[in-house]
Write a protein that binds this ligand. Structure first.
Ligand SMILES: Cc1cc2nc3c(=O)[nH]c(=O)nc-3n(C[C@H](O)[C@H](O)[C@H](O)COP(=O)(O)OP(=O)(O)OC[C@H]3O[C@@H](n4cnc5c(N)ncnc54)[C@H](O)[C@@H]3O)c2cc1C
Length: 391
């Protein structure tokens, strides 16, 4: 990764069009509006209808590498706490529940041990708890035998998010400060004069003037960035077992209570509201095609359900109510991209996997860069220029 930000080139902008109303665009809209910038958010569908609406949405940093990427995610977790305080103590859609993890065998435990040792060395919070205590005090419905799994790791600062709820809150606050949010507004072109972006063109034929355009388009970033001559390659979802593809399964309301994010050898799960759980497994992700039909339910739904029944008591009557494919906005080298990009001045792009964890932080940082002309040291390793030269 580039060690510095050679693309740093822009002064403050006063009139910004944000393309995309996911976690990143909504967070940036609020922070720009708070800085007194005139903001218009153009969203081709509804706010939150992109990947932010089909995400496991767990906030975490442990195991992310290199150090600079870990630090960005860790700062992302801290940004949630600040936003929570700003919201008066309860941030809509944010659930700071903590996360429990354990391994199935020696290899599984070794991987966890390596991750925890590194993360704790970098200031992360993780503690080992006896399973008997977890079952008594935290998760009584877990069907885990303490003789086979005597300990678990608890990460108290992790949590999960309901992104559409949080996006709605962010955009309402931005709108109260004067931001305009346009749904059904697809950006299909950029207007430019004297080598600089001066607005966007919508599919409806309308033009919106701007002195900077911020691309927060998630998995659609490459297309929109290309309008400014910027190259930001993402991992394609089409090849079999693409890392970009994820399968999420929503259960029916359950008699069982699960209060936290659980990452277990067979299944990851977390509360999803109204007594439901959201189920996910990287292994099952690799078995589905990005365009596989979700009705009738794919075979992986039955597999996830039987794993759930082995893992959590009182789930015999559980059903899978819905299955959805999400496409991860995964830059080609796996890491965040944020900065001025392309051949036209005034075009800024920001895209990342883990942009639920980092959404509020990225909103803060990119608003400071675009509105205040303040380059963030946290973003120094993540500039789009690293992709500029065609291979
Ligand atoms: C299965 C799965 C599990 C995940 N788990 C986690 C996790 O546990 N933790 C975590 O932090 N992250 C996770 N992620 C990743 C995370 O969800 C994404 O990084 C994040 O949601 C991206 O947010 P975004 O705002 O960048 O993109 P999006 O939410 O996709 O928003 C981009 C928006 O831009 C709009 N748009 C695109 N092109 C145009 C255009 N031309 N004109 C107008 N609008 C346009 C889209 O409609 C969309 O609404 C997961 C993703 C998946 C798929």
């Amino acid at each position: 990764m580039a060690p510095s930000n050679p693309e740093w080139q822009e002064g403050p902008s006063a009139n910004v069009v944000i393309v995309g109303a996911g976690m990143v665009g909504a967070s940036a809209a609020l922070r720009l509006a708070q800085r007194g910038v005139a903001v218009t958010v153009c969203e081709q569908g509804d706010p939150g209808s992109g990947t932010s609406g089909t995400s496991f949405a767990w906030t975490n940093a442990a195991g992310k590498r290199p150090r600079a990427y870990f630090e960005l995610n860790l700062a992302g977790m801290a940004a949630y706490r600040r936003l929570q305080a700003e919201a008066g103590g309860v941030l809509p859609g944010f659930h700071p529940t903590g996360h429990l993890e354990w391994g199935a065998d020696a290899d599984g435990w070794e991987a966890i041990e390596t991750k925890v040792t590194e993360a704790c060395g970098w200031g992360y919070a993780a503690v080992r708890l006896p399973t008997a205590r977890v079952l008594r005090e935290l998760e009584p419905d877990l069907a885990v035998d303490p003789r086979r799994v005597p300990e678990m790791v608890f990460y108290p600062d992790e949590g999960h998010v309901d992104p559409p709820v949080l996006i709605g809150w962010l955009l309402r606050r931005a709108a109260a400060l004067g931001a305009k949010v346009w749904g059904g507004a697809r950006v299909v072109g950029l207007d430019a004069a004297a080598g600089r972006v001066c607005g966007v063109r919508l599919a409806s034929g309308e033009h919106l003037a701007a002195d900077a355009v911020m691309c927060c388009c998630g998995r659609w970033t490459a297309e929109v960035a290309a309008l400014a001559g910027a190259r930001i390659p993402l991992v394609a979802p089409e090849p079999a077992a693409s890392e970009a593809v994820g399968l999420l399964l929503l259960t029916s309301p359950l008699a069982a209570a699960v209060g936290r994010v659980l990452s277990t050898p067979e299944l990851n799960l977390r509360p999803a509201g109204a007594g439901r759980l959201l189920l996910h497994s990287r292994e099952l992700d690799r078995q589905v095609a990005w365009d596989a039909p979700m009705e009738p339910l794919p075979p992986q739904a039955a597999e996830a359900l039987s794993r759930l029944r082995r893992l959590v008591r009182h789930t015999a009557a559980a059903r899978i109510e819905g299955a959805r494919i999400g496409i991860r906005p995964l830059p080609a080298d796996g890491h965040t991209v944020a900065g001025w990009a392309g051949e036209l001045g005034g075009f800024y792009a920001v895209v990342s996997h883990s942009a639920v964890t980092m959404g509020p932080l990225l909103g803060d940082l990119v608003a400071a860069e675009v509105a205040g002309g303040e380059a963030s040291p946290l973003l120094a390793d993540f500039r789009p220029g690293r992709f500029a030269v065609r291979g």
